[in-house]
Ligand binder design. Structure first.
Ligand SMILES: Nc1ncnc2c1ncn2[C@@H]1O[C@H](COP(=O)(O)OP(=O)(O)OP(=O)(O)O)[C@@H](O)[C@H]1O
Length: 257
């Protein structure tokens, strides 16, 4: 039986008089890598913010493992198994990779007092940080200052810090934005392998790169002007010119294989 992790039911989200999401519904099951696509302003970030409990929908609701996410807050939700990363990474340049990964875990766990002395972590927490870093291939970079990292590595550190809490479901807002095309594949491969190794069961990612979607996603959800206009496997998505034109504008030659 397919195990459902998350259910979005008829989510409507407004900013004043403007409707950013209009009655969006779907389920996310164990084992899925779901790409959320759509033109600028379609509502992708609003959707991620609503799924992660950051925004309360004006109508409808989001359930994670059968319980509502509304009002829980990012830390409590992360501890319950649903974590997220943001479009812009929040890295402290002077912190080391080890500090940054542990700080992320403490911040998400609501233990912000630990931020004052991030390196004074107990042995168990240090072991967790090392294990997560190793899953991302960052074990040799633990003492590297974050300012010395490439943009791709910063993204990985940011995501690694979220995975310290071992979520079942991870929401990623544009994990490859700002990364050179040459590095995107490596970052995505590292991310997916690390997520699998650390027990993440499903990923939902906002992604613009159609080649990455064709290669790594198991499902594509398309938003346009706040409405869900596509929900299908990648091969069906890339073979539907009307859907592609609506959501992407042109058929990406390389994505078709
Ligand atoms: N805080 C806000 N107040 C008013 N309007 C907003 C707010 N945040 C987003 N919007 C509007 O809601 C719509 C959806 O925004 P959202 O950021 O969710 O889209 P998106 O698909 O993630 O876009 P992009 O690909 O450009 O990141 C846009 O028209 C945006 O201008």
């Amino acid at each position: 039986m397919i195990e459902m992790l998350l259910r979005a039911l008829n989510i409507t989200k407004r900013y004043g008089a403007f409707t950013a999401l209009a009655g969006v519904s779907f389920d996310i099951s164990k084992g899925e890598v779901v790409a959320v696509v759509g033109p600028n302003g379609a509502g992708k970030t609003t959707l991620v913010n609503t799924l992660s409990g950051l925004f309360m929908p004006d109508e409808g609701g989001v359930m994670f493992e059968g319980r509502p996410v509304a009002g829980l807050g990012a830390s409590a939700l992360a501890l319950r198994g649903l974590a997220r990363s943001f479009q812009l990474v929040t890295i402290y340049p002077s912190f080391t990779v080890a500090e940054m990964i542990s700080v992320g875990a403490f911040a998400r766990a609501g233990q912000t007092f630990r931020l004052l002395r991030p390196s004074a972590t107990c042995r168990r927490e240090q072991a967790q940080v090392r294990e997560v870093a190793a899953a991302f291939g960052l074990e040799h970079r633990l003492e590297t200052t974050c300012s010395a990292l490439s943009q791709g590595e910063k993204k990985l550190v940011d995501i690694a810090s979220a995975l310290t809490l071992r979520p079942r479901l991870m929401l990623l807002d544009e994990p490859t934005s700002g990364i050179s095309s040459a590095d995107k594949d490596r970052i995505m491969e590292t991310l997916l392998a690390a997520a699998q190794r650390l027990g993440v069961e499903s990923l939902v990612l906002v992604e613009h790169d159609m080649e990455l979607i064709a290669r790594y996603a198991t499902r594509v959800i398309g938003l346009k002007a706040g409405s869900l206009v596509a929900d299908m496997p990648p091969d069906a998505f890339f073979r539907d010119p009307a859907v592609i034109e609506t959501l992407v504008g042109k058929v990406p030659h390389n994505a078709l294989g």
